[in-house]
Design a protein around this ligand. Structure first.
Ligand SMILES: *Cc1c(COP(=O)(O)O)cnc(C)c1O
Length: 229
């Protein structure tokens, strides 16, 4: 078995263990393989080992990789998980399946206007600055509901839920705090009538805590592809 295939299996085992610990069905946790800085050949290797969903952070790198793996396009879901500038929305609207880091209405409006009519709606999450960090992108928790209502009303987007990258924390208990806050925010959106189902949270270093608090999609890079150079 290749290193990537073995790592994928180990991550899946970790997801299953964390889900079991939380009395959750592991099939409720989707693994997104974060392939930023990873060559197309290694992404193909992960695909061949059974991984169908990949996350990219940088527009040009992502577009190049989607093109290099064009023969697999209908079998891969490509997620744009990085911050997105308004002058770069068009190729993302045209080429990706998901966008995780919506943090202002202007970006969402552009993505909706630029989404080709013959494609399924772009699946989107709103990024929340859940640890209230000055430097982090994402909307503040008190701004989420208004933005979610506006995004949900856009015709060519489908609002799926919320995403966050919490500040690093020392142990499992401390890691759970911001993830629990994101879970409660998603519940608030549901209670206000929005049809949302996705909590995109958890990376290599904090995945079990995220799953304990209800993550439905974990974004894992290092544990699959190794440390980035
Ligand atoms: C890089 C990145 C990840 C993956 O991080 P790892 O620590 O390598 O698992 C997840 N989400 C986002 C938004 C990232 O930029």
């Amino acid at each position: 078995m290749s290193v990537i295939a073995a790592n994928l299996q180990a991550v899946k085992n970790d997801i299953a263990a964390a889900a079991q610990q939380a009395s959750r069905d592991p099939s409720g946790v989707t693994l997104l393989a974060v392939s930023k800085t990873v060559s197309p050949d290694r992404v193909r290797e992960a695909f061949e080992a059974g991984q169908p969903a990949f996350g990219e952070n940088y527009v040009q790198e992502g577009l190049d990789k989607i093109a290099a793996l064009g023969d697999l396009r209908s079998r891969i879901a490509w997620h744009f998980i990085g911050p997105l500038q308004s002058n770069k929305t068009r190729p993302v609207a045209e080429q990706f399946d998901w966008v995780h880091a919506i943090d202002r209405l202007k970006i969402a409006e552009r993505l909706s206007a630029q989404r080709p009519a013959d494609l399924a709606p772009l699946q989107v999450c709103i990024q929340v600055n859940i640890s209230n960090e000055d430097t982090k992108s994402g909307v503040l928790p008190e701004e989420v509901l208004a933005l979610a209502r506006a995004v949900a009303a856009l015709p060519n987007l489908r609002l799926r839920g919320l995403m966050a990258i919490p500040a690093p924390a020392a142990d499992l208990a401390a890691q759970r705090v911001p993830f629990a806050a994101l879970r409660r925010l998603l519940e608030e959106l549901r209670q206000s009538g929005l049809d949302v189902d996705t909590l995109s949270m958890g990376m290599s270093a904090d995945m079990p805590a995220a799953i304990a608090e209800g993550a439905t999609m974990v974004r894992i890079g290092t544990a699959i592809f190794g440390a980035r150079g």
